[in-house]
Design a protein around this ligand. Structure first.
Ligand SMILES: [Zn+2]
Length: 269
């Protein structure tokens, strides 16, 4: 029974620092839909989902910049979904980052992609099981994000990712993905993964889930999100990365709570 203790601890921390009331302690879930940019119709369906979701948009895609503009008009938070090299050698996509590249090339590619996807508040990695293991590559990325005041979401496509610690070293707001909801493209499996994300948020106070614009994923979300919002508050990623109290409490429970969560490189549909 960790939750009552954590709630009390959080209440003490919050009341001593900001005077936030008990009503603000509702568990919070950030739901990110990745890999947007290939299909306008699927993208529009994502933008029509209920609640405050966040979208991660791929550069070099036919409708990525257009979807970012439409998301902005809907008041939906936008991230650049930065392609990064994977261990498998699969091509990660336009403007990808690769550890062999010189720092100037890495920075140039990142800047070009950031310019392409408007209204971004942060960056997440697309694939990247190779690149996110490289401290030098991540340091170049985080340095650029620090200058621009952007946050980083580590999609955690490898257990060996150093992206999150690199972001913290660069003093930029950062958080890690807890659950991929659609590793298995099956209605029941997606419902179970979504439930795992909600339960984690209820236990720990917050969680980050990532899904993709597959028809089966969107069908589950259209049905389940209204029910889920009775239990957790859906918030944009920026709301979670901004809170130092969450950063402090996260360290205690994160390893045990998420060690069993599956890891993978996500691929474009
Ligand atoms: Zn991706």
């Amino acid at each position: 029974m960790k939750r009552p203790f954590l709630s009390v601890l959080l209440a003490v921390l919050l009341s001593s620092t900001s005077g936030v009331t008990a009503a603000d302690e509702r568990p919070r879930l950030a739901l990110v839909i990745d890999d947007l940019g290939w299909n306008l119709r699927a993208g529009e369906r994502v933008l029509a989902l209920p609640g405050a979701i966040t979208v991660a948009v791929l550069p070099g895609t036919p409708v990525g910049s257009e979807l970012a503009r439409r998301a902005h008009t809907h008041g939906i938070e936008i991230m650049l979904h930065q392609p990064m090299a994977a261990e498998t050698g699969v091509a990660p996509g336009t403007g990808y980052l690769q550890p062999r590249m010189a720092p100037a090339e890495l920075t140039h590619r990142l800047r070009t992609n950031l310019e392409e996807i408007p209204y971004h508040r942060g960056v997440s990695n697309h694939m990247g099981s190779l690149a996110t293991r490289c401290e030098n590559t991540m340091a170049v990325v985080m340095s650029e994000l620090a200058e621009r005041g952007l946050y980083f979401l580590d999609s955690r496509t490898t257990h060996r990712s150093v992206a999150y610690s690199s972001a913290r070293d660069a003093l930029i707001p950062a958080i890690r993905r807890d659950v991929f909801i659609d590793n298995i493209l099956d209605t029941q499996a997606i419902e179970r993964a979504l439930e795992a994300a909600v339960s984690l948020a209820e236990e720990r106070g917050h969680a980050v889930a990532i899904g993709h614009p597959h028809a089966v994923t969107l069908a589950v979300l259209e049905t389940k999100l209204p029910e889920i919002m009775d239990r957790v508050e859906l918030v944009p990623v920026s709301a979670l990365v901004a809170e130092p109290t969450l950063t402090a409490t996260r360290k205690q429970s994160e390893r045990s709570a998420t060690a069993a969560m599956p890891i993978r490189d996500t691929v474009a549909p």
